[in-house]
Design a protein around this ligand. Structure first.
Ligand code: PLP
Length: 428
């Protein structure tokens, strides 16, 4: 038997592979060399069989850290949490690029003095919800909610309906978040029903706030009852409303989705939501409320830990000022146009056109389906498409791979056709 160590290539020979030379320029030579050394150790240990430098380099290329990659979302799910929720608009991207270096995020160029941080984003948000007396931006919806409950009810109670004690995904439960900030939750009502009398009976000297959460990712149907913000606002404690999805004003496409302006008008003291759901912007948590409440939140020590960076502020401002964005283009894509695009792509790839319902996703509008179309292909193509360049993620249903074009930029239709052709070749 030959000694396997005799077949182990030299480190320098592996590092000379053009793909690894390019990777070293991107990642630094030390990182690439470390992965080469680990891979060669596996060859020596016999857990990996690789004879020549090219074989080893193949493995190293797969093991190198990769930056986040652009993915074509052909799932039909507009706000796909695993695919980064809302895609940024071109305007937001440009704004991020401009703000990436030194920028006037906290500086007034006219006077040469310090200026309020992110004032442009705050002004755009204030203009979008004119009824709110103040606006604040935090890292995400969860941070916004944690800040609001701590600032208003730290060490005291928050009254909340049992039907709104929700898990928002990945084992993450809102009640746990609220309690982690030193707030005690006082649950009222039952899973399906709660009345204003339930809230009134629970409110007492130890109550810091009433919390109303939009149970955004499921629906309870049948014998149900909840209490409107307006009725809660008639009770004494301040009302915090977590609307979740970031719809700033009502929209006919999503009639069941609560909006920020409506909650503010109904008398909420603070309204919280996400920036990267229905707003179509960057990850952020928005807080709207009375001027006094927002001033209290801004002064809270925790706000400093939750504030956002200059890139988020830039993307947020551009998103709010320019409401046409990829999220809303996908949500409102016309079914006939989608059918025509699917027809063209199907002809290009040898697939069939099939009806397919898209979804809002991101825990928003669970009952809403977005009627549309998809290109239907053999499910066996899915892995090759996912690992191709650019990666394409579709939906597997009944042994077919469905490529829904709702969330695909029409400019990428040809890229998709080429990706399917490459996947067919890779899949043999
Ligand atoms: C999505 C959501 C959150 C969490 O927001 P993130 O921005 O993901 O932190 C909180 N509450 C509700 C109702 C939500 O839908």
């Amino acid at each position: 038997m030959t000694d396997p160590r005799r077949a182990v290539p030299r480190t320098d020979a592996v590092l000379a592979d053009p793909r690894l030379v390019a990777a070293a320029a991107r990642l630094g030579r030390a990182d690439v060399k470390r992965v080469v050394a680990e891979t060669l150790a596996d060859v020596r240990a016999g857990t990996l069989v690789a004879g020549d430098p090219g074989d080893v380099a193949d493995v190293v290329v797969r093991r190198l850290p990769t930056p986040p990659r652009r993915v074509i979302n052909a799932t039909g799910v507009v706000l796909h949490t695993n695919l980064g929720r809302a895609p940024l608009s071109a305007e937001a991207l440009t704004a991020v690029g401009a703000a990436a270096g030194y920028t006037d995020v906290e500086f007034d160029l006219a006077t040469g003095r310090r200026a309020p941080r992110g004032r442009g984003a705050l002004a755009a948000l204030a203009a979008a919800v004119p009824g709110a007396g103040g606006v604040l931006v935090a890292n995400n919806g969860a941070a916004a909610l944690a800040l609001a409950t701590t600032a208003l009810a730290g060490g005291r109670e928050v009254v909340v309906s049992r039907g709104e004690m929700v898990e928002i995904g990945d084992g993450f439960r809102l009640p746990d978040l609220v309690e982690s900030t030193g707030v005690r939750l006082r649950e009222v009502g039952t899973t399906n029903r709660v009345t204003v009398a339930d809230y009134a009976a629970a409110v007492g000297p130890g109550t810091g706030a009433i919390l109303k959460v939009h149970p955004s990712n499921f629906r309870i149907e049948g014998f149900t009852g909840s209490v409107a913000v307006r009725e809660l606002a008639a009770l004494t404690p301040p009302v915090i409303v977590d609307v979740g999805s970031g719809l700033l004003a009502p929209h006919p496409l999503l009639p069941d989705e609560p909006d920020v302006a409506g909650a503010v008008a109904a008398g909420a003291a603070v309204v919280t939501c996400s920036g990267d759901k229905l707003l179509g912007g960057p990850q952020a948590g928005l807080l709207f409320g009375t001027a006094e409440m927002i001033a209290t939140l801004r002064r809270h020590p925790l706000y400093r830990a939750f504030r956002v960076d200059k890139l988020t502020l830039a993307a947020l401002e551009a998103t709010v000022r320019m409401p046409a964005n990829p999220t809303w283009r996908a949500l409102t894509a016309d079914a006939h146009g989608l059918e025509q695009r699917c027809g063209r792509v199907a002809r290009g790839v040898g697939g069939e056109v099939a009806t397919h319902d898209g979804a809002v996703g991101g825990g928003s509008a669970p009952g809403t389906t977005l009627a549309g179309w998809a290109v239907s292909l053999p499910a066996a193509l899915a892995p090759a498409l996912r690992t191709g360049e650019p990666p394409v993620v579709g939906r597997i249903l009944d042994d077919r791979l469905l490529l829904d074009l709702r969330c695909v930029d029409p400019d990428d239709d040809d890229v998709l056709v080429a990706a399917v052709a490459a996947a067919r070749r890779a899949a043999g």
